[in-house]
Design a protein around this ligand. Structure first.
Ligand code: 13P
Ligand code: SF4
Length: 405
């Protein structure tokens, strides 16, 4: 194919994210060609060169054509944090729990194209049928929080706890984790949770064990334990950056007393929200409701009116009465969309600067176009495949979660 040489204006990932944050309600869909996103240098680069220069209109037309050719053989899933120019192509959008459940219920679809991040595609692969293939449009779309729990570090922590004689521990992993950690939980009578079922999963765990080891997000773990009435004195934080033998920075006594051992991971997007921002929102709009994701710090969740998963946030605002005001503590693509879709309400982001998830943003429509074109040509690219043994044990932990009432 001959390539057209076009003038290239380089735009940084930050520029694009700032632009997303401005979120004017009547914004046209206008993703720039991939070649103009300077951050592309750090993304998956083995996409054929002609895709680098496709305009928004060209991508849109080609995606529609490929989807038509594939018909019901292919479904496209979009996490709430995806940019608008991706969400428009999704058959379903939702939080990680809803999307995992939905993927498991689409046996007629041969291909599940997951517009989200790597751990979500892995979970879909584990829960899908053997004839189905899960595709992640850009393999560089990971999750920095999930990366904070390196499986080897978690196995080391587990061994240290055993060596120190800390028994009765049940491992619980957040959905935002590698498949091998879900399998680790499956092997050790443990379970997976998402932000929408964490409290029920913790209750399930405490019916079976004295202590919970929770990874990777300390904040979701702490917020959930507090909701169960567990005081901070009965929680320990495991600092995974310390060398083996340091008990994650705890004494044996602290670990014996702890009912919940929290991995010291966090989400940098949700760490941006603060109590000061909530106070400022309340000063400006005394009748505002503050709703945040439970990956936010404890103080922020406690100062908010409510907290919950991305799906909970979207549903709560959609069902709220006209004229209500909402200050939201979560990723900007979702907040901007909620503002657009609820013009009869005031919806704004708590963080006035910027709070994007840069890895979610790596799903540029050019990648979606490429993987769909390839599927339509009979080739599967960017398949996320979890090996059989890992999938078997991870499925155990995921199925335990799906069975929690
Ligand atoms: P949800 O499960 O609420 O969609 O959250 C996933 C996530 O990555 C939030 O940062
Ligand atoms: Fe991971 Fe945070 Fe992005 Fe969610 S918002 S995918 S936890 S980095």
């Amino acid at each position: 194919m001959t390539m057209q040489v076009q003038p290239v204006t380089l735009v940084t990932e930050e520029d694009l994210l700032n632009e997303a944050m401005e979120c004017p309600v009547d914004r046209e869909l206008d993703t720039r060609p991939l070649a103009q996103e300077r951050a592309f240098a750090f993304w998956q680069k083995d996409i054929p060169e002609d895709y680098w220069h496709l305009t928004a209109a060209e991508m849109k037309e080609r995606i529609a054509r490929a989807r038509e050719a594939l018909g019901r053989r292919c479904v496209v899933l979009g996490h709430h944090y995806q940019r608008e120019d991706i969400i428009q192509f999704a058959d379903i959008r939702g939080d990680s729990f809803k999307l995992a459940q939905w993927a498991a219920q689409q046996p007629e679809a041969e291909f599940i194209v997951f517009c989200g991040v790597h751990f979500m595609a892995e979970a879909a692969d584990i829960l899908s049928q053997p004839h189905q293939k899960v595709v992640l449009p850009n393999m560089a779309a990971g999750c920095s929080m999930a990366d904070m729990a390196d499986p080897e570090d978690v196995y080391g922590c587990w061994d240290e706890l055993q060596e120190a004689g800390i028994g009765g521990v049940l491992p619980v992993t957040y959905m935002n984790s590698a498949a091998s950690l879900k399998a680790f939980c499956g092997r050790h009578d443990g379970i997976v949770c998402t932000s929408s079922n964490a409290k029920r999963v913790f209750e399930w765990a405490f019916q079976r064990a004295e202590k919970v080891l929770f990874f990777p997000d300390q904040h979701l773990g702490r917020n959930t334990a507090l909701k169960l009435g567990i005081p901070l004195e009965e929680m320990a934080v495991w600092d995974y950056t310390l060398p083996y033998g340091s008990l994650g920075g705890n004494t044996v006594e602290q670990l014996r007393r702890a009912r919940v051992i929290l991995w010291r991971g966090h989400c940098s997007v949700h760490m941006r929200f603060s109590v000061q921002q909530i106070e400022e929102a309340r000063r400006k709009y005394p009748d505002v409701k503050v709703i945040v994701h439970p990956e936010c710090r404890m103080e922020v969740v406690q100062a908010a009116d409510m907290d919950g998963s991305t799906e909970f946030i979207a549903k709560t605002i959609a069902e709220a009465p006209p004229g209500s005001k909402w200050a939201v503590g979560t990723e900007i693509n979702l907040v901007s969309r909620l503002a657009r879709e609820n013009p009869d309400k005031l919806v704004f982001c708590l963080d006035p600067v910027v709070c994007p998830c840069s890895t979610m943003y790596r799903i540029h429509p050019a990648y979606l176009c490429w993987v769909l074109d390839e599927l339509a040509r009979g080739r599967v690219v960017n398949q996320v495949k979890v090996d059989e043994e890992t999938a078997h044990y991870a499925r155990l932990a995921l199925e335990r979660m799906l069975a929690v009432p």
